[in-house]
Design a protein around this ligand. Structure first.
Ligand code: GAL
Length: 426
């Protein structure tokens, strides 16, 4: 009898151990390669996530593989070589929208994560507008770690006061007036950097001139790239470019170096996504509000041009389990609240900020509120409304415009790039 009791107790103890191991799907091992363009000054938020992962899964050998270069312009070429060469990373950074869907999903290179959304209850916490940009033919193909706002105009309040600019311009007309004042003082009115930052600026000028409806119509084929509305976009873009450093040092500047020129007082404004807020707060330790200011790009008030950094699971990912654990973590409240306060972005989850509002500075609180209330439009430069081919080829359109300064030549060139890339409704 005594023996039987001991046997039963041992059996129960064994079951408890086995059961707990089985239910701990968290036990992960092996290598896990996270592939992104968040290197150097862009790195702190990703590093915080990696630290969290290391704490949860100490037996995984996590490799933080990066290709430097803002907006992923260098990264995407390396990713393409690896994906097409049958050497995918375990998971990689990719923008929500056409960059994910029109590039990798249509080519059957990504795994459907609907089951993970169900399991983690994500249908209730990620906005439908974002899920729609991750979905294709009934599947969902990545997990959003953030929402970035693209159309922000950054400045240093003390500098504007010094230069006699009472408040940042609200319209393009006001901007042109400030531009003349600043140029007469030897200040760069609007600093840009390498080519992609000039495209980022084009996106904002297009939204300002077209308004949200026509901007969207352009990408769905309802507004022709050669329409009079689009000629007006190029005309305005030319005027805005004349207020930048395009003819001087722009091509050699990263977005961080362009931002540095704001801080040093060589330039007045910078039109960039709110990764600039992450850089100014986390890296340069300036205070949102006093240390740096922000406003909507002139003429885009009431709209919120968004983009989202997401991670997906490629077909053939070597360490699927550890990659899924990464995806679960970045989609959790804990993951989103670890990453976003440092990154200058807001959580994609609608329930994360309320769990820890003190983590979010004045800028991020403001943006979270705007995200909830403004008209949303997707960014072209950051993958939401146009596929990767278009984004790459748009460089040529820009070159044609910069060389010729002809709005109609640029409009024609854009039309053919749209056709070739299968973008803008083609
Ligand atoms: C964007 C990306 C941001 C930030 C930025 C600058 O495309 O979504 O997270 O990294 O590029 O590199």
């Amino acid at each position: 009898m005594k023996k039987r009791v001991i046997f039963l107790i041992s059996l129960l103890a064994l079951q408890a151990v086995v059961g707990s191991v089985a239910s701990r799907d968290e036990v992960q091992t092996g290598k896990l390669e996270i592939f992104s363009w968040w290197a150097g000054d862009e790195g702190p938020a990703l590093e915080a996530l990696i630290k969290l992962y290391n704490t949860k899964y100490p037996d995984v050998d996590l490799i933080n593989a990066t290709v430097t270069g803002g907006a992923g312009v260098n990264f995407r070429a390396v990713l393409k070589t690896r994906m097409l060469g049958g050497n995918p990373p375990d998971t990689f950074q990719v923008h929500a929208g056409q960059e994910l869907i029109g590039t990798w999903v249509v080519a059957n290179r990504m795994q459907d994560l609907t089951w993970l959304y169900q399991q983690e209850g994500w249908f209730d916490v990620f906005p439908q507008s974002v899920i729609d940009r991750l979905s294709y033919k009934g599947g969902i193909y990545s997990v959003p770690v953030n929402i970035h706002r693209a159309g922000v105009m950054w400045y240093i309040p003390a500098h504007l006061a010094e230069w006699g600019i009472a408040s940042p311009p609200a319209t393009l007309q006001e901007f042109y007036a400030d531009c003349a004042t600043l140029q007469s003082k030897g200040i760069i009115p609007l600093v840009i950097g390498e080519t992609w930052t000039a495209i980022h600026l084009w996106d904002e000028v297009a939204l300002s001139v077209l308004g949200a409806d026509d901007y969207e119509a352009l990408w769905t084929g309802q507004l022709s790239p050669t329409s009079p509305e689009m000629i007006a976009v190029w005309d305005a873009y030319g005027k805005v470019l004349d207020c930048t450093n395009i003819g001087d040092n722009a091509a050699g500047l990263s977005w961080q170096q362009a931002t540095d020129l704001l801080v040093s007082g060589d330039a007045a404004f910078n039109v960039m996504g709110d990764w600039v807020a992450g850089y100014l707060s986390t890296t340069l330790r300036l205070k949102a509000g006093d240390g740096y200011g922000w406003t909507d790009f002139p003429g885009t008030q009431g709209t919120f041009m968004w983009l989202s950094d997401t991670f997906g699971l490629p077909v053939g990912a070597p360490n699927q389990e550890a990659a899924v654990a990464w995806l679960k973590m970045i989609g959790s409240i804990e993951g989103q609240n670890t990453f976003n306060p440092l990154k200058g972005s807001i959580p994609a989850r609608t329930d994360a900020v309320d769990q820890a509002p003190d983590l979010y500075n004045e800028y991020l609180q403001y943006t979270a509120n705007e995200w909830a209330h403004e008209r949303l439009v997707g960014s072209m430069m950051h993958g939401v409304v146009a596929n990767e081919r278009f984004m790459g080829d748009f460089n040529q359109v820009l070159d044609i415009y910069i060389q010729s300064r002809s709005s109609s030549a640029a409009a024609e060139a854009m039309q053919s790039v749209c056709e070739q890339a299968g973008a803008c409704g083609f």
